[in-house]
Design a protein around this ligand. Structure first.
Ligand SMILES: Nc1nc2c(c(=O)[nH]1)N[C@H]1C(S)=C(S)[C@@H](COP(=O)(O)OP(=O)(O)OC[C@H]3O[C@@H](n4cnc5c(=O)[nH]c(N)nc54)[C@H](O)[C@@H]3O)O[C@H]1N2
Ligand SMILES: Nc1nc2c(c(=O)[nH]1)N[C@H]1C(S)=C(S)[C@@H](COP(=O)(O)OP(=O)(O)OC[C@H]3O[C@@H](n4cnc5c(=O)[nH]c(N)nc54)[C@H](O)[C@@H]3O)O[C@H]1N2
Ligand SMILES: [Mo]
Length: 556
């Protein structure tokens, strides 16, 4: 996030796009609700009616995968009506002309045909965004999990730059992070393209710094990313060490992944639980969960916070860093870290953005009542950074990037007539390794389901709560159907959480050309009523997810 979570309540315009905020980021959603109650205007662009759409001034019920059309059309309006921030563009950005040229033909009328959002709503949203001073964009996987996810992000960034909505409180570009400490993991360099602190692996000077610091030669090319790794399992990749991922639930086109896993020579898991992927493991190192460890976590707003052990790890479980240290020692590397603070100091040492951070300082300031420190924090007396780009765009000049619409890799046809999208619910957490062990959550949502529009169900002879078979070119699953008018007709939606009906047997592993992030949000699918209809366990209606409204007579 360029802004901080605390700034959301003071925003006057919130553009929430591809984020089911109240279910996936409830704390952030609470701040958004606070802003709306204060009088802020919220627009939600999402193919589904979600809780946030009930609070929004407008719901742009976009056709999945058509965001570039929507966003380029908004840019078209802002430029055509001269609502751009000329000073900001002139002094703080480069390459505006390319975007002006690129969006020329993205008229709101044509955008309406592709996106299903009315030209009038596109104009209104563009004008209101451009002319509101404290306007923020909030996005997540509805934007990124596409074969054109990077284009979506560029199209959003273009809107931010042309309106100068950057470097100010409550005004910026805010991707909301997913897992606990996924921000910290990236900060620490857990990606093939970066060293810690987003220093590029391909930058010779940076690489030489790390060669000297670590005392080893380092290859100049980035390693394989996640999607590339999954596609070379058992071939180029013969051994793997997985720490905290349940890939047989979370990776796309997972039947292929399992094929690869079966022919691996060696698989190690470092895990607090025996998850589904553990079936394929040769060795499992029992590790701890968050409440059993010491260290720091970084959240979406770049806030680094110290955590202390609340409970002792059970049995043979040990902290992740201790397992890794001892493994390194067994390999002859002689790592001698005594505690997590020393590991952190090593990471910070060569990373200018984090140079002012240490466990000792965080402990001192926490005891004095502060809640962590937000990076960049470049020295011991730097208080940290509440929002980014305050004294000018960090890169020097904000770079406009022209993008054009590219359709999703797999679109419906006569054989697979529906668009399948996948995601999460309030009650379970990703692979649900953790949440399915919790009775309360299990009671709320105990089984897999698919949401389908009542009319699409009717055409297929499917009644509410009946079992259905969902098919794509890659696989099929059987689960319960929930008739939900909150979807666009022609779309179906299912959560990724359930091992008995894995959404990822269905999903497409096509990746974005830059990040290789998979297209979890769009593939072609078909649904039919299952032949056997086993009785449901328990009485009463199936739990319908967190925000549900009954179909109106006109929708049935
Ligand atoms: N309760 C709970 N909270 C979680 C998680 C969890 O599993 N459970 N997981 C965490 C993780 S790892 C992450 S990354 C975050 C993810 O947080 P979100 O990204 O909010 O989660 P998703 O369920 O993937 O929802 C994305 C939203 O995008 C919409 N969408 C789908 N396709 C499109 C499209 O083409 N265009 C647009 N504009 N919108 C689209 C969907 O309808 C959905 O409302 O949540 C985190 N928080
Ligand atoms: N179809 C579909 N698939 C998706 C998505 C989608 O929207 N649709 N979203 C994708 C996204 S955004 C994400 S982030 C992934 C998530 O997918 P995963 O990362 O595979 O799932 P998680 O449930 O977050 O966590 C995996 C494991 O981490 C373990 N774990 C928890 N704490 C610790 C710890 O402290 N140390 C160690 N070593 N292990 C720990 C848990 O026991 C669990 O087995 O799924 C992706 N897959
Ligand atoms: Mo995520």
């Amino acid at each position: 996030m360029t802004n901080s979570i605390g700034e959301i309540r003071d925003a006057d315009f919130l553009f929430v796009i591809g984020s089911n905020t109240s279910e996936a980021h409830p704390i952030i959603a609470m701040e958004m609700k606070r802003a709306v109650h204060r009088g802020a205007t919220m627009v939600v662009a999402d193919p589904r009616q979600i809780f946030m759409t009930t609070m929004a001034k407008k719901h742009l019920q976009i056709r999945p995968g058509s965001d570039v059309w929507l966003l380029n059309a908004m840019a078209h309006v802002i430029i055509a009506e001269d609502l751009v921030d000329h000073d900001f563009i002139q002094n703080q950005t480069e390459n505006f002309a390319a975007v002006r040229e690129a969006v020329r033909d993205y008229t709101p009328e044509k955008a309406e045909e592709v996106t299903g959002v009315s030209a009038e709503d596109i104009r209104w949203t563009a004008r209101t965004y451009a002319t509101t001073e404290r306007a923020g964009i909030y996005y997540t996987l509805g934007i990124t999990e596409h074969s054109h996810g990077t284009d979506n992000v560029y199209a959003l960034a273009n809107l931010v730059l042309m309106t100068g909505h950057l470097g100010k409180p409550s005004s910026g570009m805010n991707p909301l992070r997913g897992q606990n400490n996924v921000q910290g993991a990236n900060d620490a360099g857990a990606t093939p393209v970066f060293f810690p602190g987003y220093q590029l692996v391909v930058d010779d000077e940076v690489r030489r710094k790390y060669e000297a610091s670590w005392g080893v030669p380092l290859p100049p090319e980035p390693g394989l990313n996640l999607n590339q790794m999954m596609k070379t399992l058992g071939k180029q990749l013969k051994g793997m060490f997985i720490m905290g991922e349940d890939i047989v639930l979370s990776e796309p086109n997972v039947a292929k992944v399992e094929e690869g896993l079966s022919s691996m020579e060696f698989l190690v898991l470092q895990e607090p639980f025996l998850n589904e992927t553990a079936r394929y493991a040769d060795v499992i190192f029992p590790s701890t969960v968050f409440a059993e460890k010491e260290g720091v976590f970084a959240n979406s707003e770049r806030r680094v916070q110290l955590v202390r052990r609340a409970v002792q790890p059970p049995g043979e479980a040990r902290e992740d860093w201790i397992i890794l240290r001892d493994l390194a020692a067994a390999l002859g590397a002689e790592w001698h870290y005594a505690d997590a603070a020393e590991v952190y100091a090593e990471m910070v040492k060569d990373t200018p953005k984090f140079a002012g951070l240490s466990h000792a300082r965080l402990e001192r300031e926490t005891l004095a009542g502060k809640t962590g420190i937000q990076w960049p924090c470049v020295s011991e007396d730097d208080p940290g950074t509440v929002y980014l780009h305050k004294n000018g765009v960090l890169r020097g000049k904000g770079l406009f990037t022209a993008v054009h619409y590219r359709p999703s890799e797999e679109l419906p046809d006569h054989e697979y007539t529906l668009v399948l999208s996948t995601g999460r619910t309030l009650y379970h957490y990703n692979a649900a390794t953790q949440t399915r062990r919790e009775e309360g959550l299990f009671t709320k949502q105990g089984e897999a389901f698919i949401q389908i529009h009542p009319r699409d169900a009717k055409r297929r002879g499917i009644a509410d709560e009946e079992m259905v078979t969902v098919r794509t070119r890659r696989g099929q699953v059987t689960c319960r159907a929930i008739l939900s008018p909150q979807l666009r007709r022609g779309s179906i939606w299912m959560p990724l959480h359930f091992p008995e009906a894995r959404a990822n047997l269905l999903t497409n592993d096509a990746g974005d050309p830059v990040t290789q992030t998979a297209e979890f949000k769009v593939c072609a699918a078909e649904v039919e009523r299952a032949e056997t209809q086993p009785p449901r366990s328990g009485d009463g209606p199936t739990f319908r997810g967190s925000y549900y409204r009954e179909p109106l007579p006109s929708e049935a």
